[in-house]
Ligand binder design. Structure first.
Ligand code: G3P
Length: 225
């Protein structure tokens, strides 16, 4: 399962990138709006940092298919290869997906709340389909199960589309996706940091350091023995 960062704050992206094994950056219009800046300026900054080989995702916001496809062309032109255009899995979106597929522009189907949306997006040639796990939970359904079902639908129908699970609010939701081995998960920096933010773990490491210093002297390490 590839882990991606769901954010557009360049400093936060750099911080997470340095520590954790992440392999992509995703954004959505709400995330970009928080910057208050020109979206291309923000996305180009992210692209310059992550390099041209790494997946970068941004969403089209036109209401009609032609507009969505045109946004997709512009994004790829401005942001280069390995830019995935996020297209909502709604009727006009499916029409846009078919246009983009015909031009070989990679896209991610987004705003997925039901497995049938994902199936249709897969048939349209989506590289990824993004179910919103926590939002599905909030509707009273089971987001983890929906993501698993979508993964199975792709595999059982011989589709190449991968699940890119989005909208995580806690570590357990992500653990369930790791166990199932879905293609990718995109996660907010704060949730990534929360995966290992645990006083018990830190205390265990502190005890090892203290015991070693008891043996070799304060501040000493294996390099000093
Ligand atoms: O980009 C879609 C996904 O990240 C939405 O997450 O936290 O707004 O439910 P959230």
């Amino acid at each position: 399962m590839k882990l991606m960062i769901d954010d557009a704050r360049i400093e936060k992206i750099k911080e997470i990138w340095e520590i954790y094994p992440v392999e992509g950056v995703t954004t959505n219009p709400t995330i970009l709006a928080k910057s208050g800046r020109n979206p291309y300026e923000v996305l180009k900054e992210i692209r310059a940092f992550i390099g041209k080989e790494t997946p970068l995702m941004a969403q089209a916001v036109s209401r009609e298919a032609e507009g969505m496809a045109e946004e997709g062309r512009r994004m790829v032109k401005e942001l280069g290869e390995n830019t995935y255009v996020k297209i909502p899995a709604i009727p006009e979106g499916f029409r846009a997906m078919k246009l983009l597929a015909g031009e070989g522009i990679p896209f991610t189907a987004t705003a997925i709340y039901t497995p049938m949306q994902a199936f249709l997006a897969g048939q349209c040639g989506a590289s990824y389909a993004a179910p919103y796990l926590n939002r599905i939970d909030n509707m009273g359904y089971n987001g983890v199960q929906a993501a698993k079902d979508i993964h199975d639908i792709f595999r059982n129908n011989g589709m190449k589309t991968e699940v890119l699970v989005a909208s995580f609010k806690n570590s357990h939701q992500l653990l369930e996706m790791c166990k199932y081995g879905v293609g990718a998960a995109t996660v907010a920096p704060e949730v990534i940091e929360g995966l290992v933010k645990n006083q018990t773990i830190l205390s265990a490491v502190d005890v090892f350091v203290q015991d070693f210093e008891g043996l070799a002297g304060t501040g000493r390490t294996m390099n000093d023995c």
